[in-house]
Ligand binder design. Sequence first.
Ligand SMILES: C[S@@+](CC[C@H](N)C(=O)[O-])C[C@H]1O[C@@H](n2cnc3c(N)ncnc32)[C@H](O)[C@@H]1O
Length: 259
Amino acid sequence: MSADWNPDRYERFRNERSQPFFDLLELTRPVPGGRVIDLGCGTGELTRALHERSRAAETLGIDSSPAMLARAAGFAGGGLRFELADIAAFAPAGPFDLVLSNAALQWLPDHERLLARIARWIAPGGQLAFQVPANADHPSHTVAHEVAREEPFATAMSGYVREWPVLPPERYAELLDGLGFERVHVRLQVYAHRLASTGDTVEWVRGTLLTDYERRLGPELYGAYLERYRERLLAELGDGAPYLYTFKRILAAGTRAGT
Ligand SMILES: C[S@@+](CC[C@H](N)C(=O)[O-])C[C@H]1O[C@@H](n2cnc3c(N)ncnc32)[C@H](O)[C@@H]1O
């Protein structure tokens, strides 16, 4: 299930968030005249970069957030289009030469089955490249779940705490290999984001992980949740400025056998 997204809040750390995308793009080869898809394309600006850099004839960006897609519409044209669709239910009309997903698959469960499904959308010789956050052990994430377990939030969400489906990096290498991918490249990368203060970490996480709790709690209770989250997180990180927010991410790529 997707949360509600706020494009302005998400784009507040635009440069920091786009670096992993360009690192991921470096793991792919252009597919001149080919078909490309971006799963969980968000605001579409990076999908435009993908479309141009891959030299595809057709690129499709899909996302389940109408707010993100409204922003993406401005980047459409010249073979690039966007569609409202849930990755979990998506069934493509034909195979793709490149399937890319940046910072979106962590919203879907059961990555073993998910990758097996996505692999079937790729033409022989086609490529898969994805990036997922691997920062579940950072206080910015652990505190979010600890606060969700506190009252009154726990009762309001019937005990819901977001599960983290991201697998260890080596498991992605095994999975891609088992699914018949060649040239498998998987790495864990630490991005070091210099934020103005520890308080900015709250703003960062509000734009992504916390959207899930925001949607479930409703505006009033979410306000209280956010205050409690800020209080506990700053107690843990200290009230420092600047603050180096270390963020681990997994980048994975491979080429489907068959050419
Ligand atoms: C962190 S943003 C990343 C957006 C973009 N890929 C980027 O790199 O800027 C995650 C995006 O995944 C989308 N998303 C989450 N779950 C999804 C799902 N099940 N199907 C389609 N999109 C989904 C969200 O709506 C959001 O736009």
